[in-house]
Design a protein around this ligand. Sequence first.
Ligand code: HEC
Length: 252
Amino acid sequence: MAEPSGTFRRPLIGTTAEQLDGFEQAVQSEAGVTLREYLLGRLHEDTVEAFVNSPGFGVARGVGFPTEERLKPRLERGDTPVQPGPPVIWGYGEPFGTVPDTDQKRLAGLHASGLLDFVNAREWGYVQSRSRVAGFLSHRFSRVPEIETWRVQRIELVGLLKHPEPVVYVSDRLPAMIELPSVPTRPLDTFEEAGLGAVRRGEDGFAARRGDVIRFVGGIRSARQCVECHGGERGDLLGAFSYALLPARTRP
Ligand code: HEC
């Protein structure tokens, strides 16, 4: 798998370090469920019993005793949703306006919840080494993330790892790794270039508006759990999401 490039390794600035800490914790709590489910779901009952009674299981490993509640199948994730609206491309030459700080914060929150859904840590299974996860393609959105007063119209993945130049994957569904090999790509538009520039400098995200349309580019950075599969270093940029939003009152 292509490793993140060290060329753009920069100190994280602004709220980026905080965001990454929060993301890492959230991933940890989701991935923790997987380990438990993995152990309890796949082992034969007798083996589970032998395992849970063995020293080191439970509190020390943070896995806990298998109650019926914990053995229930995990909540179903929906199919990858279709994009709620058409693509948005901003041409060169037309300036875009700024977005107030409070709205930028809300967009960062939207991105944080979308990203957590996308990485889908509950389905990572038991990561042992990079070579053991060949064929693993479970990152995908299972729902359209929500934000007050606005409506998400579009979320696209800005890919940095597989092409010599950054590309945007154009799909009629929200980003899902499984379909990336078959979806077309396009170059970044003027807004996405500015946004990617900001996240490469270490910013967490970049927002702008033109008319009713609000756009946001949010960086996807490697938490320590991502490094296990992706290589590189914690904080490296693995990609970005490009969001387009409209006021909730407008129709798609
Ligand atoms: C269990 C292994 C594994 C873990 C853990 C993992 N990933 Fe991935 N990720 C993959 C694989 C496999 C791909 C597909 C790469 C490929 O096809 O070359 C991928 C692809 C991606 C891509 C798309 C890259 C592109 O341009 O095509 C992003 C973004 C990404 N991962 C982010 C993350 C983040 C963020 C984390 C941590 C929260 C993470 N991944 C953790 C295995 C993993």
